[in-house]
Design a protein around this ligand. Structure first.
Ligand code: NI
Length: 176
């Protein structure tokens, strides 16, 4: 894990007040953690804009669709079978009598992932959907980790500081 560095930020008081409200609403334990997430998100966006199509990404595409729509399920399967190696996993939920939700985890070059997502999103019968794209963490931050190869060489300690989540589960335990 990278070293933590403290730095000062000048900010208007009302802007900070609003930010603190957001921090509380989202359940972050500290401003720092919220700020780090915002920075990571901005870095992913900037990297994608700059390198666009060639950059390797991880994506999750969420689709809500009417399973009565004619031939939709078949078309969805066809699109996915055209590039089977890009599909990491698919989660299917029968939401209601009419609707199904599918979450498709994709891995590949951004251009290809985007193309497949658009092909699925534009199918007739898909009511709503969105692609979320992220980068492998070493591509977002860290000079040190940038040198690490993409192969799975690290020891398994995905300890990303996330105290807010822990606090929530503690509360659940206490309530049980
Ligand atoms: Ni279903």
């Amino acid at each position: 894990m990278s070293d933590l560095i403290r730095f000062g930020v000048s900010i208007e008081d009302d802007l900070l007040e609003n930010f603190d409200e957001l921090v509380a609403e989202r359940g972050y334990a500290t401003r720092s953690e919220a700020l780090r997430d915002l920075i990571r998100d901005a870095l992913v966006g900037a990297r994608l804009e700059k390198q666009q199509k060639a950059v390797e990404v991880l994506g999750s595409l969420t689709l809500v669709y009417d399973h009565h729509a004619r031939e939709l399920a078949e078309q969805m399967a066809e699109v996915q079978h055209s590039r089977p190696r890009m599909i990491v996993s698919v989660l299917h939920v029968h939401v209601s009598h009419d609707d199904c939700m599918e979450v498709i985890v994709l891995r590949g070059q951004y251009g290809e992932v985007r193309t497949m997502a658009d092909a699925l999103l534009s199918l007739k019968g898909v009511k709503h959907g969105k692609l979320f794209v992220t980068l492998p963490t070493q591509a977002i931050a860290g000079r040190k980790s940038a040198a690490v190869s993409s192969s799975h060489t690290h020891k398994h300690q995905h300890t990303r500081e996330k105290p807010s989540v822990q606090r929530r589960s503690d509360k659940v335990k206490q309530g049980a």
